[in-house]
Each structure stands twice: as C-alpha cells, then as structure tokens.
Design a protein around this ligand. Structure first.
Ligand code: M6R
Length: 608
C-alpha cells in the first residue's frame, strides 16, 4: 500500500521520480506527489488520481533539482484529496513521504499541536514530518533528528525525508514496510520495490527491519535499530525481462494470464525429475518433510484460495490434517498447534502485513518449521521464514492475481507430493503425478485457446449486477477464486458456494437474471454436480458451464458451455482457473473498468 521513491543525483531527478511512481502505481493510485529540493527550497506538486495527473502538473510548471522524494498513495487516514496526498511538509523546511500506518498518531499529534504545529492534512503521516522538524529545532542534524523521531513511532513505516538546507543527502528508513536502496554511479535511490528503479539501476541493497539509511550521491550508509553502522550486501537484479513492459497486450492482467504456460514451466524447473519430486527444492535442509504430521496454511485473498486447494491435496495424498486460515483471523486468536506441524505461508508479494504478522506469531509457537511459498525472492516473508519455495512467476503488476495463483498451486502440488511421499505415497503414484505435472504447461496453453469464445460469452454479463459461482470438492476454492476475480475487476457482486449448499439457501436468489457459473470437474462428483445444474435449470437460472466435452454437457439446452481441456484429475483446479481469469478480464473490459488498477484496491497490502 502506497509506494515511495527517493533520488539524489548530479542530474535532474524529477523524471526519474515520476517514472518510478508510474512503476509503483500498482501499490496505490488514488493520489500522487513529488517534492524537489533545489536552490529555491523544498517544493512539490501533488495531484488526486493517477500519476498522469501529476505528470500534467510537472508539464505545466516544471520543478527541477538533484534531490527529491515521491509517493503514490492508497488512502488509509483521510480521503484521497490533494491536502492528504504526500509529500507532507513542515513549513518550507522539510518534506516527507511515508508508506505504512502510525498507530499512535493521535497522541503524537496532540503533543505537536501543543508545540504550535498546525496540521494541513488528516493523515497519520503528517505527525512524522513535524516530529522530525521539532527534533531539528532542538539542534540535532537530519540523521539524528530522524532516528530520534522514529523511536517515538508505533506502527509500520517506510519513509524518505529531505531538508531544505541539506542538498547533499536525504534520509530513509524502514520498519514493517518494504524499502530497497538502488545503488547507481554518482547517484543513489530508494524505493518500495526494485521495479520502481529498474530504469536507473540493477544494484540493490535490501534494508532490514529498523534500518535508517543516509543516502548521498556517492555513498549509502546504513544504521541499524541501535544506531550502529552496518554493511548490507549489494545484490544484482536478475530478471531477464523488465516486467513493467506490457508488450503487445492492452493490460498487464492479460499479459500475465498469457504468461502462465511459461511461468508454470519455470516453477516446475529443477523441482521434478522424470519420476520424483526433488526435495532439494526446499533447500539443503529438506529433512523436515519426514517429520510433518500436520500442516497449517496461512494466507490472504487469492493466496488463501490456493491454500484451500492444497488442503484437498495434502489430506488426500498424504493423509494428514491440514488447516487453512486467512492471516487476518489467525493472527488474533489462540491457536492450538499439534506436534510436528508445518507452518506454511502463501504470498505473491511476501509483504502482506497480516501474513507477516501471522508468521511472526507462529515463530513464537511450537511449529516444526516455517515454509514460505512466495513469488518475490527479496521479500520480508522469504527473509523471515526458515524455508522458501519460490513460485518463479516473475513480477506480477496487475492488481488481480493470475499467474501468481497458478504458480502457487504448482508449488503447493510439489509440496503436497513431497509430504505425501514421506507418508507412504507409493512410488508409482508419485511417478504418475509427476508425469501429469510435466504436461501442465501444455494443458494451460490449451485452456487459453478458449479466449475468443469467452470474450463472446462475456457480453452476456454487461448488464449483470450479481452472479453465483458453484463448485464441488477441490473445485470449490476455484469457484471462490473465480468470484473474487470477477468482483475485484468488474465490480459485479459475485458469491461462490459449494454446489451442494445451494438448496440450503442461495437457491432463493436464482431466477432468469442470475448468472450461475458452474465448474464441472470430471471426477466422482460429476453426477452430483449434474443434479445441482438441474436444480438451477428448473428455476430458470442462466447457466454458464465450464467442463470438458466428455461430460456431455455441451449440448444441454439452456446452458452456455465453455470447453475446458480434459486433464488428469489432479490438474483440474489449475486448468479450470484459466477460463475464469479470462471471463473476469473480458467482463471488466466490457464494463469499461480499470482492469489493472481496480478502484479502492492495491497490489500489495502492507498495512493491516
Ligand atoms: O501478495 P499476497 O499474495 O500476500 O496478497 C494477498 C492478497 O492481497 C491478494 O491475493 C489479493 O486478494 C489479490 N488482489 C487478488 O487478486
């Protein structure tokens, strides 16, 4: 939530900052701002809406300088107005950008008001800039003033701050929110994410919790929580492709949907042989697998849905219990942890505040070990977990998660099989599963071929306000994910139900105006699902069925049928996900919504 960028160079930094903000827009996009520190003082432009609005202001009234900070916002405290947009200023002396939440801002605000500070915004952030200003007034230098002020804050933050009289440096810090330093030649940068800086550097320093960093043109000096200077290693960004490029696609979401065959291959690479899952993919210490007697999976949103699918796989293949829970609930209750329980988190970003808090709580409990299945190698979740299995999906920019989900499922299937092998899964069964996985990229590719047909189907949703998704067994979490995708980007209200629950209430909603999207697996639940379809048909519901042709549902009257490739049962949830992603994408395009940046949301939820 919210993205920040800072830069100091020998050249003008305003274009660098604006480009950085555009690349960070996925983190929040309800307002944006830049402050430039030049010979005239510290000045800024702020604009409500997307970064383009801010660019327009810069075109109309250019602001040039060699030091600057910038921000794109996802509102938490105060509406998305220009006054609430960052940077926030203390007089004309100091400008600050912030990502995170300051929990004790009311108490701090009261104290600062008593000192005579006048607040311009409703944000929690403004207290930080006045606190630092107040510390400067007491005679401290900028670095010390920042360190002293941060000690007074409760909550999560990443900040960057620049002072009028100090054009040789800016200061940044992180605690609970992500921040990386980009190292250039005679210029240095900070940002919430490496992607924001790939146009200026590929060398990065990952700050640790509580680090404060002094950034000059020629040096980056990191101080830890205790104020001690620390060396932090520089790593080189190693993605081959700059993922911030949409290529031939109109939206990132569509690009990312189409990347799935190749990223699923990347996720499988080096993790399976012809016959087996290679347990070395969990790192040098894969010995934990033989001890796992229980699994707790914790995640949010789409990642949570991936966890729900894994519950079916783990309990079916390994025969051990698996609990799946959303992180925001898990973190606030007393959890009973059975002996030898694996704590598994799922996250695309690895920065989701609730998931991180759950991990930190779990580390205090009696878990066997902690494993993160995550897409971002440098993320906090990866760094704080004992073990990691990366999904290798490449950067996902569209707010609606697509390739991150199917690669999470792929990684979860690898994990489920690895645990199952230690719990007596026969070698021939493991080999059959592994052989099926090898075909997965091709099946996903085949599923994408329905794109044109699904685009036609999507027209039927143009005037819909509600929809129901039905699935049974392992397809129920896929129905949940399909409903989340549709509501997230098309703003059509969508609910998912296990099909057997229909007659216990939701059937009352069914009439000729209600589209019912039904996922039909080709397994022993097929006949039961066919009965559920009859229940809907009998009430005049508008049925959209996704199934393979051998289910014989393609010629049924009153059904809009979409073919899904027939695949081994274990792969069905992954392959059935593809048409639902395409459906939600095309419906959103028909409805004219902002596909990649739907209203009120942000890609990475780094606040509670
Ligand atoms: O980065 P994470 O996987 O931890 O994010 C969790 C959710 O915020 C995320 O999956 C969200 O639900 C997506 N926007 C759904 O498309």
């Amino acid at each position: 939530m919210c993205g920040i960028v800072g830069a100091i160079a020998r050249r003008n930094v305003s274009k660098i900052l604006l480009e950085g903000l555009s690349r960070l827009e996925y983190r929040g996009y309800d307002s944006a701002g830049v402050a430039i520190n030049n010979d005239e003082g510290v000045f800024g432009h702020r604009a409500v809406g997307k970064v383009q609005g801010l660019r327009d202001k810069f075109d109309a009234a250019p602001l040039d300088g060699t030091v600057g900070i910038a921000h794109t916002r996802w509102a938490t405290h105060g509406k998305p107005t220009e006054l609430n947009a960052h940077p926030h200023f203390s007089g004309n002396d100091l400008a600050l950008v912030h990502n995170g939440i300051i929990e004790n801002h009311e108490e701090l605000r009261a104290g600062l008001k008593n000192q005579g500070y006048v607040f311009q915004s409703e944000t929690d952030t403004e207290v930080i800039v006045h606190l630092i200003h107040s510390a400067l007034q007491s005679g401290l230098g900028l670095l010390q003033a920042v360190q002293t002020s941060l000690n007074k804050l409760e909550g999560a933050f990443a900040i960057a701050v620049t002072q009028k009289d100090d054009k040789e440096r800016f200061i940044a810090a992180r605690k609970g929110s992500p921040l990386v330093v980009g190292v250039g030649i005679e210029e240095n940068f900070v940002a919430s994410d490496q992607l924001a800086l790939l146009h200026v550097t590929d060398q990065f320093i990952f700050l640790e919790e509580g680090d404060v960093v002094e950034v000059t043109r020629d040096a980056v000096t990191v101080y830890d929580l205790n104020g001690q200077e620390q060396e932090r290693p520089v790593s080189v960004f190693n993605h081959h492709v700059d993922a911030t490029d949409k290529g031939e696609f109109r939206h990132y979401m569509m690009k990312e949907i189409y990347e799935q065959p190749s990223v699923i291959s990347a996720c499988l690479e080096g993790r399976i042989s012809d016959k087996k899952v290679l347990t070395s993919c969990f790192g040098a210490d894969s010995a934990f697998l033989k001890d796992v007697e229980n699994v707790h999976i914790i995640a949010c949103g789409t990642s949570y849905h991936a966890g729900l699918v894994a519950k079916y796989w783990i309990e079916d293949l390994a025969g051990i219990p698996c609990l799946v829970e959303v992180a925001s609930e898990y973190r606030y209750r007393k959890v009973a942890v059975p002996k030898n329980t694996l704590f598994l988190t799922l996250s695309q970003s690895g920065e989701t505040a609730d998931t991180l808090a759950a991990l930190r709580m779990a580390k205090e409990l009696n878990y066997l070990t902690t494993l993160a299945i995550c897409n971002v190698p440098s993320s906090t979740l990866v760094r704080e977990s004992d073990l990691t299995l990366l999904t290798n999906a490449g950067a996902e920019i569209g707010v609606a998660s697509t390739k991150a989900f199917t690669t999470q499922l792929t990684a979860l299937l690898i994990t489920s099989i690895a645990i199952a092998v230690e719990n007596g899964l026969p070698a021939d069964k493991e080999e059959a599963l592994v052989q099926a996985m090898k075909e997965l990229p091709a099946h996903v590719y085949a599923a994408l071929k329905q794109d044109a047909h699904i685009k036609e189907v999507s027209d039927k949703f143009a005037n819909k306000h509600h929809s129901l998704f039905l699935g049974r067994g392992v397809m129920f979490p896929i129905a949940l994910e399909g409903a989340l995708k549709l509501k997230e980007i098309s703003y059509i209200h969508a609910e998912a139900y296990p099909a057997g629950e229909l007659k216990h209430g939701p059937l009352a909603l069914v009439d000729e105006h209600m589209p019912i999207i039904t996922l039909v697996p080709h397994n022993d639940l097929l006949d039961k699902l066919k009965s559920n379809i009859q229940e809907v048909s009998a009430r005049g519901g508008e049925l959209f069925v996704f199934a393979d042709r051998d289910t014989n549902l393609d010629n049924e009257e009153g059904i809009t049928f979409t073919e899904v490739p027939k695949v081994p049962q274990i792969l069905e949830p992954i392959v059935h996900t593809i048409p639902l992603q395409l459906l939600s994408y095309h419906v959103a395009v028909v409805k004219g919504t902002d596909v990649d940046q739907p209203r009120n949301l942000a890609k990475s939820v780094t606040v509670e």
